[in-house]
Design a protein around this ligand. Structure first.
Ligand SMILES: Cc1ncc(COP(=O)(O)O)c(C=O)c1O
Length: 391
C-alpha cells in the first residue's frame, strides 16, 4: 500500500478538491473499529456518515455480497430482479408504505420525490416547494435548491425556481407562506447536517394541519435519520408527521450505494413506465445487503439501538452536568446524537482523532455521533472516557 504522503500528493494533483480528508490511511475495518497502516485502532463513532449501520466486515453483509456477486453484479432494470423485489417487499411490509422506487443515493431520492410531486400536481397551480432553514437535502440542482444552508448553494445559483425556505420550527412562517400554491413540503424532523436540530411537536402538528387544509404532499427526508437510526424505523415517527413520501439512502444498502423513495396510497400511481428510472438504481448486490439490514431491523436491531442510546445519553448527561461551561446541549434520538459545545467543535474532533476516536463536527460547534448500531457498552465507555479528556 502507498504511504500517506504519496496518496496526498497524487490526490492533490488528480482530484477536483471537493473533499477534506483525514490524514490517515485505513487498511481495514472490523466491527466498530478502523485499523490504519500505522497499527492504530480507531473507534468509529461516525459510521461512514450514518451508512455502516452494521459496522465493518459484518459476516452477514459479506455473505450477501459474495452470494450475489457469484450470481450477477448487474443486469439492468430491463429485468425482474429477485433481490430488489425481496427488499421492496420487506421494506413495505415493515413500514406500511405502498410503493418503492430504488435510486443510488440520497440526492437522487430527493430528485425522485420532486419529480413525483411535479407530476402529481401537473396542470394545477400547485408549483411551490417548501423546505426549512438549516436543512440539507443533497447537492444535485433540484435537491440543492431545497437545501437551505447557504454554504452549499451560494456559488451555484441560479438554482431551481419555485422553492421557498421557511424558518425551521416557526409556526408563523408556515402560516404566512403556505397556501393553495404549495405543492410539497420537505422536512427533516431531525436535521442532520444542520446540527442535529429537532423539530418541535407544535411545528409538525402545524404542517399536518396545513396539509389537511391545502392538500400538498409531505416528504419526510429520512436519508440520515431513517433505517432504524433513531430507534424507530423512520425518525418522523417520533413526531407524528403525516408523510406521503419518505426519502431514504445511507444505511439502507449496508455500505453499498442504494437509495429509495417510499410512497403511500395517495401517490402510488403517479409514475408510469419511462417517466423515471436509473441505470444502477436498486443494484442487486446493494439490494442483497439492504435485505440483510431490514431483516436485522425486523429481528430486534432497533431494540439494541434504543438500549445503547439510553446508555450513551445517560453518560453524556453526566458529562454535561460535570462540564456545563463546555457542553451547551445534548440532543437527538437513538444513535443520531448532537453534542453542542460552547466553543468550536473542530479542535475537539482533532483531539479525539489523536486519541483514536472518530467523531464529526457539523454546524461549527456540534459534535455529531452516528455510530454503527452494533456498538457495545464498553465501546461507549471508551468514547466517553476520551471525549471527557478532549472536551
Ligand atoms: C437529510 C439528507 N438528505 C439528503 C442527503 C444527500 O444524500 P447523498 O449524499 O447520498 O446524496 C443527505 C446527506 O448527508 C442528508 O443527510
Amino acid at each position: 500500500m502507498k504511504d500517506l504522503n504519496e496518496l496526498v500528493n497524487t490526490e492533490d494533483q488528480d482530484f477536483f478538491h471537493t473533499y477534506k480528508r483525514l490524514k490517515v490511511v485505513i487498511e481495514r475495518g472490523d466491527g466498530c473499529y478502523l485499523f490504519t497502516d500505522k497499527g492504530e485502532k480507531i473507534l468509529d463513532m461516525f459510521g461512514g456518515l450514518a451508512v455502516n449501520v452494521l459496522g465493518y466486515n459484518h459476516p452477514k453483509i459479506n455473505a450477501a455480497i459474495e452470494d450475489q456477486v457469484k450470481r450477477y453484479v448487474h443486469i439492468s432494470n430491463l429485468f425482474y430482479q429477485e433481490k430488489q423485489i425481496a427488499l421492496a417487499d420487506k421494506i413495505l411490509q415493515l413500514t406500511g408504505f405502498s410503493k418503492v422506487f430504488f435510486s443510488n443515493s440520497g440526492t437522487e431520492s430527493v430528485e425522485a420525490a420532486i419529480k413525483l410531486i411535479r407530476k402529481y400536481f401537473l396542470g394545477t397551480n400547485k408549483k411551490t416547494l417548501i423546505s426549512f432553514t438549516g436543512s440539507f437535502h443533497g447537492r444535485t440542482i433540484g435537491a440543492l435548491s431545497l437545501t437551505a444552508r447557504r454554504k452549499y448553494r451560494d456559488q451555484f445559483e441560479p438554482l431551481m425556481p419555485g422553492v421557498k425556505h421557511l424558518e425551521f420550527n416557526s409556526l408563523s412562517d408556515l402560516e404566512d407562506n403556505i397556501n393553495d400554491d404549495t405543492a410539497g413540503v420537505f422536512v427533516e424532523c431531525i436535521q442532520g447536517e444542520g446540527g442535529v436540530n429537532m423539530a418541535t411537536d407544535a411545528f409538525i402538528t402545524k404542517i399536518n394541519e396545513l396539509k389537511e387544509k391545502y392538500g400538498f404532499i409531505v416528504v419526510a427526508d429520512e436519508i440520515q435519520s431513517g433505517v432504524g437510526r433513531t430507534g424507530k424505523m423512520h425518525g418522523f415517527e417520533h413526531f407524528g408527521l403525516d408523510a406521503d413520501i419518505v426519502t431514504l439512502a445511507k444505511g439502507i444498502g449496508g455500505g453499498l450505494p442504494l437509495g429509495a423513495i417510499l410512497g403511500n396510497e395517495r401517490v402510488k400511481n403517479v409514475f408510469s413506465v419511462g417517466e423515471h428510472g436509473s441505470t444502477f438504481g436498486g443494484n442487486p448486490v446493494a439490494a442483497a445487503c439492504g435485505l440483510v439490514i431490514f431483516t436485522e431491523l425486523e429481528n430486534g436491531l432497533m431494540d439494541k439501538v434504543n438500549r445503547l442510546s439510553e446508555y450513551l445519553f445517560a453518560k453524556l448527561n453526566i458529562m454535561k452536568s460535570k462540564f456545563p461551561e463546555k457542553i451547551k446541549d445534548i440532543r437527538g434520538k437513538g444513535l443520531m446524537i448532537g453534542i453542542e459545545l460552547n466553543s468550536p467543535g473542530q479542535p475537539v474532533v482533532e483531539k479525539m482523532m489523536q486519541k483514536e476516536v472518530l467523531v464529526n463536527c457539523t454546524n461549527e460547534n456540534v459534535i455529531r455521533l452516528l455510530p454503527p448500531y452494533i456498538i457495545a457498552e464498553n465501546d461507549i465507555d471508551l468514547f466517553i472516557d476520551r471525549f471527557s479528556d478532549s472536551v
